[in-house]
Structures are given as structure tokens and as C-alpha cells.
Design a protein. Structure first.
Length: 256
């Protein structure tokens, strides 16, 4: 198995487990990842997902030997398959935290960018080195990267294929925070548990507002926010949250 999932207290930990190949993506791994993400999305016990890699890498790109034999049509189909799989992280209603433990190159950077929050180990390395192989990023890198770091920095990364350490990635806005390697999982799981303790629908609606509003003009984005704000009151969460605050107790969420 290339993908392992463990659940505890509302949080799922998904580990990409192909350490002998630095967790490089192949067809079987993407199929397993796609299936695992679909199960997690439909599992009401899971409120937050944390994604990490086994060994020294988060994901060190895709299987180069596999890609080297592509025809143009096969390359296009591979790109679309990868985009659909990686895109499940972004479209998932539940928050997703990337715990980037090591090398996150090519498809690894693309996988991390599709997550909602990215926390990097101080040993993490990022990059889009596809041009060194005569190809371009194909799992969303040319589109998500400029949205995160701006077009100028994205072009530098995509044109040079250079590697960037965790601190550089943090400074450019590619990751939210850098923590010591031995603290990474505890930090990310702790954040996940805090999020899992918030209003479930409120968190989901917040993700929807950000994801769908960022490509709208401000007027329409604000309209979307108002619609989703109203939807929050279609659940019991605002009533319970306000009552708990006024009564100085922890809220008891019931919606999923």
C-alpha cells in the first residue's frame, strides 16, 4: 500500500508511503490516493485531514521512468489524472493541512499547494524542477503557484527549476510556518485538533468562501460571503456557539 490513513479524535492522518522512491508518484499511488481522499470526504467522523510523507520526503515528484515514454496524448492524460487527484484536496469540504516533512519537488510541491494550510519541517525542500527534464509542471503548478507567491516568483521557480529551502518557501508565502523536524507532526496534529473543535459547518463554509471567492471581483465575492454567512444560520451552530460563549463553557457541536 502506498497510502496509509489513521484516524483519531476527528482528525485523519494520511501518509504517502513509498519511501524507497522518496514517495515519487506513480499510477498506483495516485489511484490509492484518490480512493483514500474519497473515503475521507464521506467519513463524518473525520473533520480535518493532515497529509504527510514517510521517510525523508513528502513527495519527491513523479516517476521519471514512467514519464519518459509518454506520447503527447499520454502526457496530457497523465496531467489530467494528476490534476483531478490533487484537486480533491482543494475541493474537499474538510480542511486539509500539509505536514511537509522533507523533499516536496514537482508533484510534491503541487500536492502541498492544493492543501489549505502548509507547515514545513526545517528539512523541507520545495521546487518545480520539471524544466530540467524538458517538461512543465502538470499537476496544477503553473496555476496554483502564481496565486500563492505571485507571478514573478512563480516564473522564477518554474523557469529555473531551482530548489528552495523551507525558510525561503515561507518568506515567499508558499508555506505558512516552519517548525523543527521532530515537532512537525505534533504541531500539525495539534492545529488539526483545534480546527476539529470549531463549528464543523462554519469551517466548511469558510473554506468555500475563500476557495470560490478569490477569483471573483470584490463585489461578487462579498455577495458570496453574505450568502454563506446566511447558510451558517441554517444550522444550530451559531446558536450553540453563542450560548456556550455567554455561559462560559465549551460548545457541543452536533452538525457534521
Amino acid at each position: 500500500m502506498y497510502v496509509e490513513v489513521k484516524k483519531d479524535d476527528g482528525v485523519a492522518l494520511l501518509t504517502i508511503n513509498r519511501p524507497e522512491a522518496l514517495n515519487a508518484m506513480n499510477v498506483a499511488m495516485l489511484e490509492e490516493l484518490c480512493a483514500a481522499l474519497e473515503r475521507i470526504e464521506s467519513d463524518d467522523e473525520v473533520r480535518v485531514l493532515v497529509v504527510t510523507g514517510a521517510g525523508r520526503a513528502f513527495v519527491a515528484g513523479a516517476d521519471i521512468d514512467h514519464m519518459s515514454r509518454f506520447s503527447p496524448q499520454q502526457a496530457k492524460e497523465w496531467s489530467k489524472f494528476g490534476q483531478r487527484t490533487v484537486g480533491k484536496l482543494e475541493s474537499m469540504r474538510k480542511p486539509v493541512i500539509a505536514a511537509v516533512n522533507g523533499y516536496a519537488l514537482g508533484g510534491g510541491t503541487e500536492l502541498a499547494m492544493a492543501c489549505d494550510i502548509r507547515v514545513a519541517s526545517d528539512r523541507a525542500v520545495f521546487g518545480q524542477p520539471e524544466v530540467k527534464l524538458g517538461m512543465i509542471a502538470g499537476f496544477g503548478g503553473t496555476q496554483r503557484l502564481p496565486r500563492l507567491v505571485g507571478p514573478g516568483m512563480a516564473k522564477e521557480m518554474l523557469f529555473t527549476g531551482d530548489h528552495y529551502d523551507a525558510e525561503a518557501a515561507c518568506k515567499m508565502g508558499l508555506v505558512n510556518k516552519v517548525v523543527p523536524a521532530d515537532e512537525l507532526l505534533d504541531y500539525c496534529l495539534g492545529m488539526a485538533r483545534r480546527i476539529a473543535g470549531r463549528g464543523t459547518q462554519a469551517v466548511r463554509l469558510s473554506k468555500e468562501a475563500v476557495n470560490h471567492g478569490q477569483d471573483l471581483d470584490l463585489e461578487n465575492a462579498l455577495g458570496l460571503e453574505s450568502e454563506l454567512y446566511g447558510l451558517a444560520f441554517a444550522t444550530d451552530e451559531p446558536r450553540e456557539g453563542c450560548s456556550a460563549f455567554l455561559e462560559k463553557r465549551e460548545p457541543k457541536w452536533t452538525s457534521s
